[in-house]
Each structure stands twice: as C-alpha cells, then as structure tokens.
Design a protein. Structure first.
Length: 305
C-alpha cells in the first residue's frame, strides 16, 4: 500500500456521514489524518448528539467553504415533548417537566406549519455562536452573562413524519443558521409543554446528500485497500460544491491576466455577482463580475503548471 506523506497536497471534498458522539472537529482530524492532508476545514458544526452530512474541505477546496456554510440544510429530528433541558437536547440537564396532551396528527400538522416561512430565532446560550470571540456554550457553562442574539432564518417546510406520544419525528428544510434545538423548544412552547431534541440527523447540506457520504469506518476500510493515495476515489472536485454559481469561460490570455491579478474586460452588462471561472475544463476559481463589465479575481485555485 502506498500512502501519501502527511501534510501533502490534497484538494477536494469528502462528504462525511458524521457519527453520534464525536465533534465535527474530531471527525475532521480523523479524515485529515487518513488523507495525509496539509490543510482542512469543515463547513459548519454538527453537535456530538447529531449525525449525518458533514462536507469536509481539503486543500484548495477550503477556499469555497463559505458557500457551504451559507447553504440550506435538511434534517430529520425526533423531539420529546413534556421535558425541557438546559441545552435544548438530551445532553443537557432537565430543568422542568410538564404534561403532554394527546394531540391528533391533524392538530400537530396545523401547529408546526405555523413555523414555516421567515422567522426570528434566538439560539440557545449553549450554541457555538460567539460573544467577543468566545463560544456562548463556554460562557454559559462558566456562568457568565450572555447578551441575547437574534437571527433571521427561513423554514422552507416542516413535515410530520410520525407522532408516537410523547415523541414527534419531523423533517425540516431550512436556511443557514437554523438551530433545530431552538425550533424544538419553540414548538413546545406553542404546544404549551416542554420539548427537547433527542435525535438529529442532517440529511442534506447544500448540494450534498447522505447517498454521497461515507462513514469514518468506510473511509478507514478504503484507506487499507487503496493502491493509489489514501481515499483518492472518495474526493469530489472542489467546484461540485458551487454548481449553482453562474459560469464564465475564459481563453488562455484572459486566464493568465486573471491569475496575475489583472481585471479582465468582458463587456458583459451584468449586475455585480460572483461567478465560476474555467479555462477549457479546468476550474480556475471564483471571480466577481463587476457592473462596469470587468471581471476581478475573488478566490482563485492555486495554479499547478
């Protein structure tokens, strides 16, 4: 078996099916070690309680990680009614219990649909959001004062998958920044009872879904079988993460100019926007189409002559 030297150049994405019990960073470090990659980053944390789609970026792919951070997500979650916890999930301490009426499916469907659309959400003080550079959960555990944080989110749809008293199973399609724990607590308040998340699985992140993902165990097995470099067949091309971004094709002269940091005159009358740039079939990177018709480099991939 031929393995890559640790810290070598590995570029692309691995879509991980994150297991329960590990943090997103722990998962990243495990896969980074298997790849022998020099540079890596994940695209938005999943709590240790949560599992599912976690895109990991390596090498040049880290330059487009923000697009995945800003992407829409889809989850399947089970919410237990009648019990509230400090963290909004089963990892927290129980703070209150309350009775749970025996709702009908129709009752629940009507109530949860009220949460579809644009909402203002106040994330849990046990979230990874930061206050003066410090994650809120660290401040909360230290008993520090936390300033309220509000964010606008969009719930595209909520589907009731099952109702077996006292547990609701939901599928939620939502915008970036949505906290399912907070959504669960808010649904509980609407139902006049406590609520917390007992399971959470991310089904989709941006363009990537579970059927494209690998478990850590699968990656480890592939690394043992590999006769190329470790996990090469699991890497997706960097531009797979941004296929919704418009494309502009450049000729050789324009490509050289862009890589040299020069403006490229295209005479296209477009509003300012980010575009994917290619020379023939090579992904050059991201550029900005300006209102004056010039193209300016934004995030270019490292040139490998």
């Amino acid at each position: 078996m031929v393995k890559k030297r640790a810290g070598s150049s590995v570029n692309g994405l691995v879509i991980l099916d994150k297991p329960i019990g590990l943090s997103s960073n722990q998962c990243l470090q495990k896969v980074k070690h298997l790849l022998g990659a020099a540079k890596a980053g994940h695209t938005g944390s999943l709590d240790p309680l949560a599992s599912g789609v976690l895109p990991l970026c390596f090498g040049e792919a880290t330059k487009i990680s923000q697009f995945l951070l800003d992407s829409d997500k889809k989850y399947k979650t089970t919410i237990k009614l009648g019990v509230s916890t400090t963290t909004g999930d089963s990892e927290g301490e129980v703070v209150s219990t309350s009775s749970v009426p025996k709702f009908t499916v129709k009752d629940l469907e009507e109530i949860i649909q009220e949460f579809e659309g644009d909402l203002i959400q106040e994330p849990s003080i046990y979230s990874a959001l930061k206050q003066n550079g410090v994650p809120l959960y660290k401040l909360a555990r230290a008993g520090k004062k936390i300033e309220p944080k509000f964010r606008q989110i969009t719930i595209y749809y909520i589907k009731l998958l099952s109702w077996v008293w006292p547990n609701l199973e939901l599928e939620v399609s939502c915008s970036k920044g949505t906290y399912i724990r907070t959504l669960a607590e808010d649904i509980g308040k609407k139902l006049v009872t406590g609520a917390h998340v007992i399971s959470l699985r991310r089904l989709k992140a941006g363009p990537f879904a579970l059927d494209q993902s690998y478990t850590i165990e699968q990656l480890q097995e592939i690394s043992l079988e590999s006769s190329f470099h470790v996990l090469e067949k699991c890497l997706l091309a960097t531009d797979m993460a941004i296929l919704e971004v418009p494309v502009i094709l450049l000729n050789a002269e324009q490509t050289i100019s862009l890589r040299q940091g020069k403006l490229v005159k295209l005479n296209l009358q477009n509003a300012e926007k980010v575009v994917r740039v290619y020379f023939e079939e090579e992904f050059i990177g991201l550029a900005e189409m300006r209102v004056d018709g010039n193209l300016a480099a934004k995030r270019l991939m490292q040139y490998m002559p």
